[in-house]
Write a protein that binds this ligand. Structure first.
Ligand SMILES: Nc1nc2c(ncn2[C@@H]2O[C@H](COP(=O)(O)OP(=O)(O)OP(=O)(O)O)[C@@H](O)[C@H]2O)c(=O)[nH]1
Ligand SMILES: [Mg+2]
Length: 367
């Protein structure tokens, strides 16, 4: 499967190298080029190459994205063993037989051409590109044990994705398959990732944001509760900053009484938390006029719980542990950190099973 967009200078060499690498091992290969009406005429060249090689060409109307191209390629391919690679000669076609062999011998159902296992490397990447790639890889580490989950060079058995709903929002269809696919073993083989031979990168800045969104969605799929809690905690942290800002502005600029200011700060911050959690954490379509008071009520209970936990730690637990009075202020902060953590779990659980319970049920049913 080769998705192409303006890859005319690379395509002939790529297809001829794939063909040589496979025929040297006596392997039959069908090459599927999915071209998005490339203005440079890649599609027409692919058609020409059909005379020389076993090539199938899918022409799509315009630049519809890498992931959907790969998925359409899967549907058009006739074989049961699928290999995906970039067209820009970054991925060495000579590694295909080794990848295929690993699947055929039953060692694995998914094989990734990896830059980050022993023996693998990237050629000529400037430091900023290495850092971005490493950072992006780190974000995905909780989703799979694969060391190069961003790789666009991978092989799989068709059975891995049959019946699996692949979401093509992301640029990284390989990661999507590694997380959602049905397989027992995934293996990595080292590759040297060459810089693209010719042509321009199709990546823009929006790709990074889409990638983060994609990873968040995959975490939701992989560990739904942890992912939701992390979002809830993040929103809560931002809410705390908003609370302090409103408090400060009310007292310093509008000369409000500090207790009224605190009430206002609580309501503003909690409303902010509600909006974000409803839309992002719980992806809810429920009734706002029911959910909003429920959310506020949970938060008020949480606030009281905070005071009770704090009082218990400071007045009962600390003296029992013989904590020194002089250092009490430092321990007060630690006590409050513990209290906030416990309250965040209380609020999260209460909102999950009460305020947004319908949405949780629906999300689980959709899986
Ligand atoms: N059909 C199709 N192919 C695409 C599209 N976007 C990118 N591709 C192809 O997907 C492969 C990967 O794209 P690249 O631009 O090489 O992305 P990259 O490897 O992350 O970045 P560079 O190699 O640095 O340019 C290449 O073969 C592209 O031609 C698209 O929208 N449609
Ligand atoms: Mg590339």
């Amino acid at each position: 499967m080769i998705p192409t967009y303006n890859e005319k200078p690379n395509l002939r060499e790529l297809i001829s190298r794939i063909n040589s690498a496979c025929s040297a091992k006596g392997m039959e290969v069908e090459i599927v080029v999915v071209d998005d009406n490339s203005p440079d005429g890649t599609g027409a060249l692919a058609e020409e190459l059909r005379n020389e090689f076993n090539v199938k060409v899918l022409h799509r109307a315009g630049k519809l994205g890498l992931s959907t191209a790969v998925i359409e390629g899967f549907e058009a391919a006739t074989g049961d063993l699928l290999v995906v690679m970039d067209a820009d000669l970054s991925h060495p076609p000579e590694k295909i037989p080794e990848m295929v062999e690993k699947i055929r011998s039953g060692d694995a159902q998914v094989v990734v051409g990896s830059r980050y296992v022993k023996g693998g490397c990237v050629e000529n990447w400037p430091i900023h590109r290495r850092l971005v790639s490493k950072g992006a890889t780190l974000i995905a580490r909780g989703l799979t044990k694969v060391k190069d989950p961003m790789s666009g060079f991978f092989a799989l058995e068709r059975a891995v994705i049959s019946g699996v709903e692949l979401n093509p929002i992301g640029y990284k269809i390989g990661l999507e398959i590694m997380v959602k696919g049905r397989y027992e073993r995934v293996e990595e083989i080292p590759i040297t990732f060459a810089d693209r031979k010719a042509g321009k990168s199709k990546l823009g800045a929006s790709v990074y944001l889409k990638y983060i969104d994609h990873c968040i969605r995959l975490y939701e799929h992989h560990r739904p509760w942890l992912a939701r809690y992390m979002k809830f905690a993040l929103i809560g942290g931002i809410g705390a900053v908003i609370n302090l800002a409103v408090l400060w502005i009310s007292v310093e600029i509008f000369f409000a009484h500090y207790l009224w200011a605190a009430v206002l700060a609580f309501v503003v911050a909690d409303t902010n938390n509600f909006i974000w959690n409803r839309w992002w954490t719980f992806r809810s379509k429920g009734k706002v006029h029911v959910q909003y008071p429920q959310f506020l009520l949970v938060s008020i209970d949480g606030l009281m719980l905070n005071l009770i936990i704090l009082k218990t730690i400071v007045e009962d637990l600390m003296p029992t542990l013989g904590i020194n009075e002089d250092r009490a202020s430092m321990f007060l902060v630690i006590a409050q950190v513990i209290a906030i953590f416990l309250v965040s779990i209380f609020n999260f659980v209460a909102n999950s099973f009460w305020t947004f319970s319908d949405d949780i049920k629906q999300n689980t049913a959709n899986k």
